[in-house]
Design a protein around this ligand. Sequence first.
Ligand SMILES: Nc1ncnc2c1ncn2[C@@H]1O[C@H](COP(=O)(O)OP(=O)(O)OP(=O)(O)O)[C@@H](O)[C@H]1O
Ligand SMILES: [Mg+2]
Length: 233
Amino acid sequence: MSTPDRSIHLEDLSRTFRVGSSTVHAVQDVSLTIPAGKLTVIRGRSGSGKTTLLNVLGLLDRPTTGSLRYGTTDVLRMGDHDRDRFRRNEIGFIYQTIALVALMTAYENIDFRMRVAGAPLEERERRVPECLHLVGLSERATHRPFEMSGGEQQRVAIARAIAHRPRVIYADEPTAELDTVTGIHVVAIFRRLIEEEGITVVMTTHDPAMMELADHVVEMENGKVLEHADDPV
Ligand SMILES: Nc1ncnc2c1ncn2[C@@H]1O[C@H](COP(=O)(O)OP(=O)(O)OP(=O)(O)O)[C@@H](O)[C@H]1O
Ligand SMILES: [Mg+2]
């Protein structure tokens, strides 16, 4: 029996914005396959289209043209309700600016995301401590964001993004605000998730130190993918 296809397939994907009378081709005719269970890094200058592409992949935005499949599932042909549910259950997002709920503790931030995905209380009580442990923050469970360092907040954001066991995590410059050592620590957490939970991780970065830890690097320039080097190992 063959294993199911869990890769993400993009074909001629474009996202165009109209601003007044001008048109911005933020993402232009991108075709590529993002391998399942690997760390893919998207790199490129500011304005090259990385966030736009990530938002389309993560179903936060729709492409202007092109196709996007998760395995054999054509996610763009799903109805709004099914697509929202797919995003809530199968996808985790980590934003460039850490978007934790300020009034909630680390524990509550993670628990809340699992509730959104419909996880029952028992499962949440088991899973939230497990995720805090995974990112090395068991001791900070009752801290609110302002009672944690930037790196700790980013790790809570990671714990929150993985708690509902998504298939794919999209991380938009998750290490931008961190020093190199903390940044490498964050990427090491991604590697562990890939190995232990079989998750697919796609992250954008400007940092060459992070690119060395990737399985797969996609380079963007002016909305297009330049090179698409396969697993160097
Ligand atoms: N909502 C929008 N409306 C109009 N233009 C947009 C919109 N979002 C992005 N753009 C434009 O699309 C291009 C790509 O933007 P995007 O945010 O994807 O770049 P990026 O590679 O993530 O850059 P950075 O490294 O600075 O985060 C830019 O020229 C930007 O100005
Ligand atoms: Mg960006």
